[in-house]
Design a protein. Sequence first.
Length: 326
Amino acid sequence: MAHAIRFDRIGDPDVLHLDEVEVGDPGPGQARVRHRYVAVNFIDLYFRTGRYPLALPNGLGSDAVGVVEAVGEGVDCVKPGDRVGYLLGPQGAYSDVRLMPADVLIPLPEGVSDRTASALMMKGLTAQYLFRQVYPLHGGETILYHAAAGGVGLVACQWARALGVTMIGTVSTEEKAEVARANGCAHPIVTGGRPPEEIARRVREITGGKGVPVVYDSVGRDTLMASLDSLQPRGHLVSNGTSSGPVVIDTMLLAMKGSIWVTRPAMVHYATPRAQMLAMADELFGHVLAGRIVGEPKQEFALADAAQAHRALESRRTTGATVLVP
């Protein structure tokens, strides 16, 4: 028997409980993966609280690193003994062993440890599609990135530095500002208690009054006006998360703020088909192997303590990546 975190109703972290589950042998197109690290991502909270609907009862989590134990008929993209990571597929990564569609598994290169990969799989590929596909950055730009000391944010800081991009990043505390700066954020802005207009005013000061061509905003409702007021005419608002609440925009406001473009991207539309996902991973791991991007979990919890991990994430007591260890 394997162990997995399950929940049968939406609610606070206490709805999460550890169950024994039957796993069995992989069927056609499947692989059985024994996890070494399971990433905790903010999107997991959206499923637990019902912001993103999920049929219940169910498992939780979409991002893990482990080793392939067995493969089913027709699988030739991975083999037993391969170290792999994944970030797509059905919910249920909060477990020690599970069956996965083999075509979403990403082989890990030599030189990238399981622990490093666990901190970078979802977060690194998120930074890749935001910076290289949604609004492609080429170097020389100045951008605004909200939650710069978060799990994705710290990778984004490093990726911006590697590209020669100047990042203005919002953070909640002075301590997080130092962490973001150390990872490549050129201009951290501490937002604790600041109204949106002050954030936008600081962005304008840094950019000589011009504003930025793109804002990457994973916070949502609380930062919407700061984002819009920081943009140049015809600038791009990339709304890649809603940790403070959903974003609702009157389209006339977009015209008034300078004919702003808005997109709400999702990983699945940028990381498929499989060849695209592997190319994204190659770019990420190239930076890792060259030392331009580093990553290790900042917080570790036992699998059985998933509820504690969620409480820490919700209360903003974390920086960087958080993982569960089966």
